[in-house]
Write a protein that binds this ligand. Sequence first.
Ligand SMILES: [Zn+2]
Length: 115
Amino acid sequence: MPIIRATCQTCGDVELAPRDLKVLVCSNTGGTTYTFLCPGCGLVVSKATDRQVVEVLVSAGVKLSFWRLPAELEERVDGPPLVVDDLISFHFEIAEPNWIDRLASSVRNQPDTDG
Ligand SMILES: [Zn+2]
């Protein structure tokens, strides 16, 4: 089994088996990272990398996983930004009974902005 040498910011170089690492590819951006749990300090180490390193790692047996950015990032945002007063109002709103019913009612009464 190949041994892969990687670097932890705290421990320096560590040796890992392919099963100890994971390559992550963002389906939205194509960005690639590899990640592992450091055998020295027990912290998760994650590093951005390039296609060549990904190919070497995967050919050595490292598992490849794809992930997507949260769909919320693609949502259209209308209206003014949230301010502290909004949070304070929300805090008092949810302190009252039946707040979820009032919230649902106010959302149903909003004009349709999806076009
Ligand atoms: Zn470490």
